[in-house]
Write a protein that binds this ligand. Structure first.
Ligand SMILES: Nc1nc2c(ncn2[C@@H]2O[C@H](COP(=O)(O)OP(=O)(O)OP(=O)(O)O)[C@@H](O)[C@H]2O)c(=O)[nH]1
Ligand SMILES: [Mg+2]
Ligand SMILES: [Zn+2]
Length: 479
């Protein structure tokens, strides 16, 4: 690589980090003003447009831009979110493409640079053939590739595709907040572990994800002997971690080799947890957008869209909702009150209500300027007055790691210090903060640059700046 190229790459990286930190710190917005136009028509009567099948793949952007009113999907919503994690370029996005048919990198900047910057997502039905044996019976296709018979749906799954680049740990942690399980992708043609292989696995520990499957990817690039050596490296690396007993599946994501074994393993290892639909709804915002194309006349503008996942309860079209901490008005954050104008269940399409699990997005009456460019990531959505408190200060019990795992050099994690600046991830929110107090038993108080909604027992991922970059150093439990 020429030195010029190295310099420009560094500049790029600094830009990305700046963006991440900016999101994490202060953002100047004004309070929500008058709502924009309601979604075209009141969504009461179902239009007789062509019924969409469960396998139709459309992005929300495309859906919203359609002139004709979209029909409600008859398919079943995704039940769980599975994250893809691992070092840069090890094949996470390619694996999601192999599983769902959709390459999750949708932003042009990502495609240009060839790395995932934001969270990508895609859904698929997990299906099985009733005539073929295990594991060949497992597929995502409607027709069995082995015997040609029609397959049956087991359940629908959302994939949250995380970026592997070291400056994008904050994005990974935002995504991890809504994972039910994770696939750790490790390339067989590189020594294991690479820096973010370690850091991402530590992140699963920090946010409390236990259901992990390891994909040993790109195996077609190495000899059998090298593959075995790499397998041993993986085994040694996971020893003593949350992934100690995780299944390791050799694969070639580009060729879809061993996909049936992976699907079978997903069914066995990452089960749908019990959800409570009766509780007050709570949705974590992991992405936020504006879906209007440039030049849309004001009377046709659609309100801001929020994407994420519901932890508990049900959200319905037409519901009055509150979004906290909301948006900044002067020095304070004010909650946003709005109404749900539409719901999309991942790539399944439009639905009347959304249940816990799986990725979904809601259309609102908020001015889209507030939701543009992931501006509202980290917020929590629920019924007005029924959400956890918004805190300007967090007190948590800190559990620090022995060593910093995100770098190639081995560095000990020093104790936290008064006045030290930290980056904290709380559910999908990211904030900077300053340590103001440390009590016996590692009970740490941090004054936040930006308030977060949280309650006792919530986990906090703790990162500190080391050599100009935030590195994960441990986690805390809010007191
Ligand atoms: N030979 C081979 N190449 C693969 C395989 N899987 C992925 N690749 C290639 O590896 C490169 C990186 O793949 P991605 O899927 O973008 O990797 P990623 O882990 O999503 O990368 P980031 O999002 O940037 O962290 C691409 O050129 C892929 O075509 C595989 O099984 N075999
Ligand atoms: Mg990727
Ligand atoms: Zn079959």
């Amino acid at each position: 690589m020429s030195s010029k190229k190295t310099t420009s790459k560094l500049d790029e990286e600094q830009k990305v980090e700046k963006a991440v930190v900016e999101t994490a710190s202060s953002k100047t917005t004004t309070a929500p003003t008058a709502a924009v136009k309601k979604q075209k028509k009141e969504p009461t009567k179902e239009k007789k447009t062509k019924a969409k099948t469960a396998t139709t793949k459309k992005t929300e952007v495309e859906n919203k831009g359609e002139e004709e009113e979209e029909a409600y999907s008859t398919g079943k919503q995704a039940e769980i979110n599975i994250g893809t994690i691992g070092h840069v370029d090890h094949g996470k996005s390619t694996l999601v493409k192999a599983l769902t048919g959709t390459f999750p990198d949708t932003h042009s900047e990502e495609l240009k640079r060839g790395i995932t910057i934001r969270l990508g997502y895609a859904d698929t039905d997990i299906r099985y053939c009733t005539k073929c044996p295990d594991p060949q019976k497992w597929t995502t296709q409607t027709i069995c590739p082995h015997c040609g018979s029609e397959t049956k749906v087991s359940r629908r799954i959302s994939f949250v595709d995380a970026p592997g680049h070291e400056v994008l740990m904050a994005t990974l942690l935002t995504g991890a907040a809504i994972f039910d399980g994770a696939i750790l992708v490790i390339a067989a043609n590189e020594k294991c572990p690479q820096a973010q292989t370690r850091e991402h696995l530590a992140a699963m520990d920090a946010v409390g994800i236990q259901n992990i499957i390891i994909v040993q990817n790109k195996v077609e690039l190495v000899s059998e002997e090298q593959a075995l050596k790499n397998y041993q490296e993986i085994k040694n690396f996971v020893k003593g971690t949350v992934a100690e007993n995780a299944p390791i599946i050799p694969m070639s994501a580009v060729h879809g080799a061993n996909l049936d074994v992976l699907i079978k393993t997903i069914e066995e290892v990452i089960k749908t947890p019990k959800r409570d639909e009766k509780k007050d709804p709570r949705m974590f915002v992991a992405r936020s957008f504006e879906v209007n194309k440039p030049g849309t006349p004001p009377e046709n503008l659609l309100g801001g869209v929020l994407g994420g996942s519901i932890l508990q309860g049900v959200l319905r079209e037409g519901d009055e909702i509150e979004i906290i901490p909301g948006t900044r008005f002067g020095k304070k954050y004010v909650p946003i009150r709005t109404r749900i104008t539409s719901i999309h269940a991942g790539t399944l399409g439009k639905v009347r209500e959304a249940k816990p699990g799986g990725l979904m997005s809601i259309g609102t009456e908020i001015d889209p300027a507030y939701t543009r460019s992931d501006n509202l990531v980290g917020n929590i959505i629920g019924k007005p007055g029924k959400l956890p408190p918004v805190l300007e200060e967090l007190t948590f019990q800190a559990n620090l790691m022995d060593y910093v795992v995100g770098m190639s050099e081995k560095t000990k994690v020093k104790n936290l210090a008064i006045n030290e600046q930290l980056m904290l991830n709380v559910w999908t929110a990211i904030t900077l903060g300053v340590v103001t107090n440390i009590k016996k038993g590692n009970i740490v108080t941090v004054r936040l640059a930006r308030p977060v909604a949280a309650e006792a027992g919530t986990r906090v991922a703790i990162s500190r700046r080391i050599h100009e970059r935030f590195r994960l150093i441990g986690f805390g439990i809010i007191q």
